[in-house]
Design a protein around this ligand. Structure first.
Ligand code: ZN
Ligand code: ZN
Length: 314
């Protein structure tokens, strides 16, 4: 399961209801922040997530509405020493701009926290036995924009009934079989992984894209995702503005979801000019499983389940 918390869902400038873009993705022990618009620190506190373990920040691109909050966040981390190390992942242009922000925050002094900038190239960013994070190029104004693909690895379920029937004791023997190694039982019989593992279940796939100006180059990386987050800054009546400023309409975002066989579409980066209803009314006739994210919305993305919105305890 992936958990997704939106901290800010506005485009370009904040509105009364919406802060500037930032989101948190949680998977097992990992916590990733995606973008860090101005005002993100307070939203982190309001969300109840706080600053803990927030050492991995993924940038979709270098526009100011997505990065200005990093200066304040770094300043707080340095002052309160709650985190001694930040990893900021992004394209070169975004990282160059963040570097300038950090120079303002820390001046000529050696920063009390280690800020590591990781210049992304398309491909795998990190992985473990169960999970892989990778990035792919996205077209938007300016160079080096990236979308992020969070993917559980395919897994073969352990068939307990079969293991029981074959007399495999509970314990390390079963763990070895799960890891693909045969085991020899006390009576001399050998049990192969094939005997106790079911057919592979495809891992859960979740894609997060920031600002984008076209969808044709996104169909392949998004293909088959359980959930897709993407911008919907404009409605179709302003399609010319969308084109000029390098953004998508709600219609285009919905067409991408259809074309890529996505299960759930979550729209964000909403302009102050539109009511949520207008965005939904444009997207839903094309792709029914569409929601518009609001600040502090918390979703659970699970295999074989509808998108679950977690209600907040106030
Ligand atoms: Zn933006
Ligand atoms: Zn942008």
């Amino acid at each position: 399961m992936f958990e997704l918390v939106f901290l800010g869902t506005s485009a370009s400038a904040p509105s009364i209801q919406r802060g500037l873009p930032a989101a948190i993705v949680i998977y097992n022990e990992y916590r990733f922040m995606i973008d860090c618009g101005e005002g993100t620190q307070r939203q982190l506190l309001r969300s109840g997530l706080g600053f803990r373990r927030l050492d991995k920040i993924l940038l979709t691109h270098g526009h100011l509405d997505h990065i200005l909050g990093l200066a304040g966040l770094a300043s707080t981390f340095a002052r309160w020493e709650m985190i001694d190390h930040m990893e900021i992942y992004g394209g070169k242009w975004a990282l160059d701009r963040v570097q300038v922000l950090m120079a303002v925050v820390f001046g000529r002094y050696q920063p009390p926290i280690r800020v590591e900038m990781i210049d992304l190239k398309p491909g795998v960013i990190m992985e473990d036995d169960a999970f892989q994070l990778s990035c792919f190029p996205v077209t938007h104004r300016g160079p080096d924009n990236y979308g992020y693909l969070f993917q559980e690895k395919d897994r073969r379920p352990f068939l307990v009934d079969k293991a029981e029937a074959l007399g495999v004791p509970a314990g390390p023997e079963r763990a070895r079989l799960v890891h693909g190694q045969p085991v020899t039982l006390p009576d001399g019989r050998t049990v192969e992984p094939e005997d106790v593992l079911g057919p592979a279940r495809p891992g859960l796939k979740f894609v997060f894209i920031g600002d984008a100006s076209r969808i044709d180059d996104l169909v392949a990386p998004v293909q088959g995702a359980h959930a897709l987050v993407i911008e919907a800054t404009y409605a179709s009546m302003e399609v010319d503005d969308a084109r000029e400023y390098g953004h998508l309409t709600a219609r285009q975002a919905a067409e991408l979801a259809v074309g890529a066989g996505v299960e759930h579409l979550i729209l964000t980066h909403i302009s102050r000019r539109y009511a949520e209803r207008e965005v939904l009314d444009e997207a839903r006739p094309i792709f029914a499983n569409t929601v518009v994210a609001r600040d502090l919305d918390h979703f659970q993305i699970r295999r074989d389940a509808p998108l679950i919105k977690v209600e907040r305890e106030m």
